[in-house]
Design a protein around this ligand. Structure first.
Ligand SMILES: Cc1cc2nc3c(=O)[nH]c(=O)nc-3n(C[C@H](O)[C@H](O)[C@H](O)COP(=O)(O)OP(=O)(O)OC[C@H]3O[C@@H](n4cnc5c(N)ncnc54)[C@H](O)[C@@H]3O)c2cc1C
Length: 561
């Protein structure tokens, strides 16, 4: 567990033992990024050539930034705002706190992500998760009963037993061995351990897995229920219960659920910072940035992608302007390729279309209010406890986070996923806040939270936004093959000519969707693919993800009859 604040001078480069070296494709993106020889180069005759990037979220920005550094000219199309699902919304336009509507807590094991956070000098510090050192106190409220804890040791024995059951269950699938292989970057061992789990668990739900472990099976149903309600790390797990168990293990094995950092001033600064940054580039004069190449703003949203008669990609924006490109990188959510963008079907194989259409999204809703001060630190003189705490509850709110950024205070009244998020979907913001305050009054009867609210609340339901249609991908049981098709598409040697040159990147393509690290690493795959498409290559001492593909490729499960 980390404590204290990091500054740009104390970049996140200490060798954290366990990183998000994904077990499906254990390529060290962090080492690739840190290598002095750079990510690769394209032949000089292509310098200045345009490459279309669909989407100005983190993945689009990383792709565009790295291609610009190599002398290509990225042309970014964005339907909404730069940042995508890293959206930091200020309250009422005033100086003060922001509401992190998308990604808000970033594991230190996200080494590729922190490469860019550190490069831009963004300030981070520990995120106030349940029971973490950055959290003054946590209240777990279940069935109308509240437990107050300053840390894990204060939890009642039953909750500790639930936590023990979880750790024992992970022991049953070789948690320590997998983490050792990740920490040591022992690829053969990691693949050996992980591939066995893929074969055993691809068809298994999270809840099914728990029920069949000795750890939970030998305890009560109540243990699984309480584990689902409060979880450990980031909070309740039961909205993930229908998802593939492999999805959960990818998160747990890579410490994506540990040591979370918040970005002071908001995570959106990362994609916006890449847009504005002027790195040293091949071909482009000093001072060139993505912003300057675009004259200040990205192009509008894309409405159509097709092959022109000359064989190049023709992209038409939503106002009807068309431009042609040799290569395209698509970073928006893949449902949008059929539901919102008119895409020539022949650009992708039927198998890939199937993988895109079967993509399963988590829904997610958050509601924030700004408050006058961090009043939750006031001490109740009768009990000696904080008057309010980070709260996990089985009520509608599910999780309430108390947030402070350089003294400015706000509360995330409710952060929910899936069915819990759908319960908010139809409700306007005022009704959401009213119900959420109602729940909190039951838990903290003596605290007048409403009296501390200033300005208007902010809420989001990602599934209702036509530029997203869901919060983030989460594979269901049996989706391994679909995920593999999406992820491996960047290596195009075996594709017919008419399907080459269009690359997929972003959260949907990643093995760890819902974590910004995957948006970065799949962008780096696309960068490798574009370099290759233009006849370029990586430096001999710094092979890229496609160069090591044969050695690292995710296990292929049979598709045939
Ligand atoms: C609620 C929520 C919580 C999260 N929490 C965390 C967290 O705590 N930690 C973490 O690491 N990650 C978290 N994530 C995941 C993280 O936010 C994502 O992995 C990352 O932001 C995805 O970036 P991207 O570029 O792949 O996709 P996006 O950010 O979705 O970018 C795609 C862009 O494409 C644009 N677009 C859509 N249609 C078109 C079109 N037709 N033409 C042009 N552009 C288009 C969109 O507007 C968008 O800007 C969370 C996400 C959500 C939604």
């Amino acid at each position: 567990m980390t404590t204290g604040q990091t500054t740009p001078d104390q970049a996140h480069t200490e060798p954290a033992a366990v990183t998000m070296l994904g077990p499906d494709f254990p390529f060290g993106y962090d080492e690739h990024l840190a290598h002095p020889d750079g990510l690769g180069s394209v032949p000089g005759e292509h310098h200045g050539r345009e490459v279309a990037i669909v989407g100005g979220g983190l993945s689009g920005m990383v792709t565009a930034y790295e291609l610009m550094r190599m002398g290509l000219r990225p042309v970014v199309y964005e339907a909404d705002q730069i940042g995508g699902r890293l959206r930091s919304q200020p309250f009422g336009g005033a100086h003060g706190p922001i509401a992190e509507l998308g990604g808000m807590r970033f594991p230190l094991s996200s080494r590729a992500l922190f490469h860019y956070i550190d490069h831009l000098g963004l300030r981070t510090s520990p995120f106030p998760n349940p029971l973490s050192e950055a959290t003054p106190s946590t209240v777990v409220e279940l069935g109308g009963e509240s437990f107050y804890a300053r840390g894990y040791d204060d939890l009642p024995d039953f909750l500790k037993d639930v936590a023990d059951a979880w750790h024992e269950a992970l022991g049953e699938v070789g948690f320590a061995d997998v983490q050792k292989a990740i920490a040591e970057r022992d690829v053969p061992r990691l693949k050996e351990l992980w591939n066995e789990l893929v074969l055993a668990l691809d068809e298994e739900t999270f809840s099914g897995f728990l029920a069949q472990t000795t750890a939970f099976g030998s305890r009560s149903f109540r243990h699984r229920e309480v584990f689902g309600q409060v979880g450990f790390g980031t909070g309740g797990w039961d909205t993930d219960f229908p998802n593939s168990m492999l999805e959960i293990l990818r998160v747990i094995f890579t410490n994506a659920d540990e040591d979370h950092q918040l970005v002071h001033g908001g995570a959106q600064q990362l994609p916006v910072g890449l847009w504005k940054d002027a790195p040293a580039c091949v071909h482009w004069p000093a001072g060139t940035s993505l912003e300057s190449l675009h004259g200040g703003a990205p192009l509008p949203g894309v409405a159509r992608i097709a092959r022109g008669e000359d064989g190049r990609f023709e992209l038409t924006d939503r106002w009807g302007s068309a431009r042609s490109y040799d290569a395209v990188v698509v970073t928006c959510q893949v449902w949008l390729l059929s539901a919102r963008i008119d895409v020539d079907e022949s650009l992708f194989s039927p198998d890939l279309w199937m993988a895109m259409e079967r993509t399963h999204y988590m829904q997610s809703s958050k509601t924030f209010v700004r408050v006058d001060r961090p009043f939750w630190k006031d001490v109740d003189t009768q009990t000696g406890r904080d008057v309010m705490s980070m709260t996990l509850t089985d009520r509608l709110n599910r999780a309430t986070y108390l947030l402070e950024d350089d003294g400015a205070a706000s509360i995330c009244l409710s952060y929910t996923w899936n069915d819990d998020a759908l319960k908010w979907l139809a409700l306007p913001v005022e009704e959401r806040v009213r119900l959420q305050l109602h729940s909190l009054r039951k838990i903290y009867p003596g605290v007048d939270i409403a009296a501390h609210i200033v300005g208007d609340p902010i809420t989001v339901s990602w599934e209702s936004d036509p530029n997203f249609m869901g919060a983030f991908k989460a594979n269901l049981p049996g989706h391994y093959r679909y995920q593999r098709r999406l992820f491996t598409h960047f290596v195009q040697d075996d594709l017919p000519e008419h399907r080459r040159g269009i690359f997929l990147a972003g959260d949907d393509i990643s093995w760890t969707a819902g974590w910004a690290e995957g948006a970065v690493t799949t962008a780096l795959n696309a960068v490798w693919g574009v370099v290759r498409h233009f006849g370029g290559s990586t430096a001999p001492g710094n092979p890229g993800p496609g160069d090591r593909f044969a050695e690292l490729a995710p296990l292929a499960l049979p598709d045939g009859l």
